[in-house]
Design a protein around this ligand. Structure first.
Ligand SMILES: Nc1ncnc2c1ncn2[C@@H]1O[C@H](COP(=O)(O)OP(=O)(O)OP(=O)(O)O)[C@@H](O)[C@H]1O
Ligand SMILES: [Mn+2]
Ligand SMILES: [Mn+2]
Length: 659
C-alpha cells in the first residue's frame, strides 16, 4: 500500500508510536462511507483509504477518560501483529479526529453469520475457526494481554470465512488487572460498586464465574469465553436460550431466570449452555475440551497452548480418517440416519393443505410481476441529522395451555437487503391456524413488493388488504376443488406488523394483538385493540352492515360471535370485520429503548406497565426478554397461545446487560 508515514509518526500525546502503521493521515487520503455498525462505544464505517476498502472504527469520545482509553487501545494495537487478529492498517490520533482504520472483513461478524444468516458450519469449519482463534489468543496471552471480550460478535470473518479476533476496547495487561483489583480490595475491604461496573466486562453469557463473582480476571477467563463461543458455533444456539424439551432440567435455562438468577446459577449451580452432542457428529474429545474450558475452577481450564495441541490432534485424526474412508469407500456421515424419522403427524382434512406454503407461493407470485424498490422510503431523509436506532431482536412463541398452536409470526430484519429497513409481525389465528400461517408468509412478501408505488403507510395498508383478499380467494378455490370439505369453515387471524424505516416506526394493527414502545422508561401504546367492546369499533361494524350482540359475557360480532372487529380471513363476516389496519407512525429518538409486540395471550394477563418492569430485571437480550414475558404470562394463567417479539432500539451497554 502506498500510504506514506508522516514524521513524527506519533499520536498527539506522543504515547503511541509505530514504525509501520501511519498514525496520522492526510484528509485527502481517506473517505468515510456509510456506517456498518453502531456499538455501545463506537460507530464503524465502511471507508476507503488510499483506494483500498477499509473499516473505520470511530469511538464515541465524550470525556477525558474516553480519550485515555483511545490512546491505550491504540498503543496496544500498534504492538499487535498476528493473522488471527483484526489488522490495524492506520490510525488518526489527532484532534478533532480519532479513528482506527482496520482491514475490511467481508463476511461480517460471527454472531450475525450464525444467528441472522443462520449459517451452520461443518465440524471441520468449526475446528478450523477454533484453532485460528486459539492461536490468536495464545499470541495475546504470550504478550501478557487478556482480551476480556471474547464472543462471536467480536470475531470477524474474511471472505474465506477465516476468523479475526477484533475489539480491543476492553483488553488489558494481566498485571494491571491484578494491581487494580488488589488496590480496591485493600481500600475498602470489598470492591466498590463503581469498581464492579467498570470491571464486569464482556457480555454476561460469555463471562466466567470468577468475573460474575467479582473476583480477579485472568487469561483463563478468556479460555472460558472461548469454550462458550465454540459450543455456540457447534450448536447454533445462543447460550441459555434453547428450550429442548428432552434436555435435563439443570442444563436448560428455566424460562423465568432473571439476570441475578442466571448469574447465581452459573456461579453456584454450575449452569452451562447445553453442550453440543455426538449426534451432530462432534468428536468426543472436542466435547470434553469445551467442558474443560468452561470449568468452574480457572486452574482446571487448559491454556491456549494445550488447546492447540488437542485441536491439532483431532484435525490430524479426521484427516487420516477421511483418507482411510477414501480407500474403504465408507462414509463418515452415518450419524444422519438417526435424525430422519418422525413426521407422522395427524393431519385433519382441512389442515392437509400447507397454508404456510400457500402463503409463500402467493407472495412469490406477486414478486415476479413487480420490480419494486423499497429504497425510496429512505430517500427523503437528511442523512446528517437523522437518528439511527441500533436494532437487535428476538422472539418466543408457545402453545401455552392450548392443544394447538394458532399463532404465527415472522422476523424480517434488513428487508430487501436494506440495512435500515426492518419488519416484524404477529398473527393470532382463530377457527384454525390457516389464516395465521398463510399471512405470516404472504404479508411480508407483499409488503416488499409495494416499495416503489407507495409510502410505508400505504404499503402496510395495501399488504394487509391484499393478504386478506388473496387468502379468502385461495380458500374459495380450495372449497371449489373440494379440498376443503367443510363449507362453513371460515378461519381468520388478527395481525400486528411493525415496519422500521431508519428512524421511523410504523405499526399497523388489525385486531387485538398489541405493540408498545418503551420510551424513557415508560410504556407507550402504539396500537389500539379492535374488539366489539370498544364503542367506536362497534359503531363501525354496524355501519358496515355487521351485527353486534351482547352474548354470554361481552359484545360479539355476527353469528360466529367473534370478539375482534378487524381481521384477515373470516370471510363470513366481511366486509364488516375489515382487514384494514389502523396505522401509527412514531419518530424514534435516543430515549426509545425497545419495542414489544405480542398476541393477546400476553396482554390478557400482563399490562403494558408490567411488561416494562419485567424487562427491567431480565438479561438485556431480546430472545431472553421475549421468553421471560411469555413464561410470566403462562404462570399467571393465560389460557391462550402466546407469541412475543422484542426489538431493542439502541445498543445495550455492557453495564446495562448486567444490572
Ligand atoms: N474490520 C472490520 N470489517 C468489517 N466489519 C467490522 C470491522 N470492524 C468492525 N466491524 C463491524 O462492527 C461491529 C462492531 O465492531 P467492534 O466490536 O470493534 O465495536 P464496538 O463499538 O467495540 O462494539 P461493542 O458494542 O460490541 O463493544 C462488528 O461486530 C462488525 O460487525
Ligand atoms: Mn464488539
Ligand atoms: Mn467493544
Amino acid at each position: 500500500m502506498g500510504l506514506d508515514i508522516l514524521e513524527p509518526n506519533t499520536c498527539i500525546r506522543g504515547c503511541c508510536t509505530s514504525k509501520s502503521i501511519p498514525l496520522h493521515l492526510r484528509p485527502s487520503s481517506y473517505t468515510l462511507h456509510s456506517p456498518i455498525a453502531r456499538g455501545a462505544e463506537s460507530v464503524v464505517y465502511e471507508a476507503t483509504l488510499d483506494g483500498r476498502k477499509v473499516a473505520v472504527k470511530k469511538p464515541v469520545l465524550s470525556t477525558s477518560e474516553d480519550l485515555d482509553k483511545f490512546h491505550k487501545e491504540l498503543q496496544l494495537l500498534c504492538k499487535l501483529d498476528h493473522p488471527g487478529l483484526a489488522t490495524l492498517v492506520a490510525a488518526h490520533a489527532k484532534p478533532p479526529n480519532y479513528m482506527f482504520f482496520f482491514e475490511f472483513y467481508e463476511s461480517g461478524n460471527l454472531a450475525e453469520k450464525l444467528h441472522i444468516e443462520e449459517w451452520s458450519p461443518s465440524i471441520d469449519q468449526v475446528l478450523m475457526i477454533a484453532a485460528q482463534l486459539a492461536k490468536a489468543l495464545q499470541y495475546l496471552h504470550n504478550l501478557g494481554i487478556v482480551h476480556r471480550d471474547v464472543k462471536p460478535a467480536n470475531v470477524l470473518l474474511d471472505r474465506n470465512l477465516c476468523p479475526h479476533l477484533a475489539d480491543f476496547g476492553l483488553a488489558e495487561y494481566g498485571e494491571n488487572l491484578k494491581g487494580v483489583s488488589l488496590e480496591n480490595w485493600r481500600s475498602s475491604g470489598k470492591p466498590t460498586g463503581g469498581f464492579h461496573k467498570k470491571n464486569m466486562v464482556g457480555t454476561l453469557i460469555y463471562m466466567a464465574p470468577e468475573i460474575l463473582k467479582k473476583e480477579i480476571h485472568t487469561e483463563k477467563s478468556d479460555v472460558y469465553s472461548f469454550g462458550i463461543s465454540i459450543n455456540e458455533l457447534l450448536t447454533g444456539v445462543v447460550p441459555y436460550t434453547d428450550l429442548r424439551a428432552e434436555a435435563q432440567a439443570h442444563t436448560v435455562l428455566e424460562m423465568n431466570y432473571t439476570e441475578q438468577q442466571l448469574t447465581a446459577a452459573v456461579v453456584s449451580g454450575g449452569l452451562r449452555p447445553v453442550l453440543a452432542n455426538l449426534e451432530l457428529g462432534v468428536p468426543t474429545s472436542i466435547l470434553s475440551l469445551i467442558q474443560r474450558c468452561w470449568d468452574e475452577n480457572p486452574h482446571n481450564r487448559p491454556s491456549f497452548s494445550d488447546i492447540l495441541l488437542e485441536l491439532d490432534l483431532v484435525l490430524e485424526q479426521r484427516k487420516s480418517m477421511r483418507e482411510g474412508d477414501l480407500f474403504s469407500g465408507k462414509s463418515s456421515v452415518s450419524y444422519n440416519e438417526k435424525v430422519i424419522n418422525g413426521g407422522n403427524s395427524t393431519h385433519t382434512y382441512q389442515e392437509s393443505i400447507s397454508w404456510t406454503a400457500q402463503g409463500e407461493h402467493s407472495s412469490k407470485k406477486a414478486s415476479q410481476s413487480t420490480d419494486s424498490d423499497v429504497r425510496i422510503w429512505l430517500e427523503s431523509e437528511n442523512d446528517a441529522l437523522t437518528y439511527y436506532p441500533v436494532l437487535s431482536w428476538g422472539s418466543f412463541a408457545t402453545c401455552g395451555r392450548r392443544e394447538t398452536m394458532e399463532d404465527a409470526h415472522f422476523l424480517m430484519p434488513h428487508m430487501c437487503n436494506e440495512k435500515d429497513i426492518h419488519v416484524f409481525g404477529i398473527f393470532d389465528g382463530h377457527r384454525g391456524s390457516a389464516a395465521a400461517e398463510f399471512s405470516a408468509r404472504a404479508l411480508p412478501g407483499f409488503l416488499q413488493n409495494l416499495g416503489s408505488t407507495s409510502s410505508p403507510t400505504d404499503a402496510l395498508l395495501e399488504a394487509f388488504v391484499r393478504t386478506d383478499a388473496v387468502f379468502r380467494n385461495e380458500l374459495d378455490s380450495h372449497r371449489k376443488s373440494k379440498r376443503v370439505l367443510q363449507k362453513d369453515w371460515h378461519p381468520g387471524c388478527t395481525a400486528v406488523a411493525a415496519l422500521i424505516v431508519r428512524n421511523r416506526l410504523f405499526v399497523a394493527n388489525a385486531g387485538d394483538c398489541r405493540a408498545i414502545l418503551c420510551r424513557g422508561g415508560h410504556p407507550l401504546a402504539l396500537s389500539r385493540d379492535h374488539v366489539a367492546s370498544c364503542l367506536e369499533e362497534r359503531e363501525r361494524v354496524v355501519s358496515a352492515g355487521g351485527q353486534v350482540k351482547w352474548q354470554v359475557d361481552t359484545w360479539r360480532v355476527g353469528p360466529a360471535a367473534l370478539q375482534v372487529t378487524r381481521s384477515i380471513g373470516d370471510d363470513d363476516l366481511k366486509p364488516a370485520v375489515t382487514a384494514e389496519p389502523e396505522i401509527t407512525e412514531t419518530i424514534l429518538s435516543p430515549q426509545d429503548e425497545y419495542l414489544v409486540m405480542a398476541s393477546d395471550g400476553l396482554w390478557d394477563v400482563v399490562s403494558n406497565a408490567e411488561v416494562v418492569s419485567i424487562i427491567k430485571d431480565t438479561v438485556k437480550e431480546p430472545a431472553m426478554c421475549s421468553k421471560r414475558l411469555a413464561t410470566e404470562a403462562a404462570e399467571r394463567g393465560s389460557k391462550d397461545n402466546i407469541t412475543v417479539i422484542v426489538v431493542f432500539l439502541r445498543p445495550v451497554s455492557t453495564a446495562e446487560r448486567i444490572y
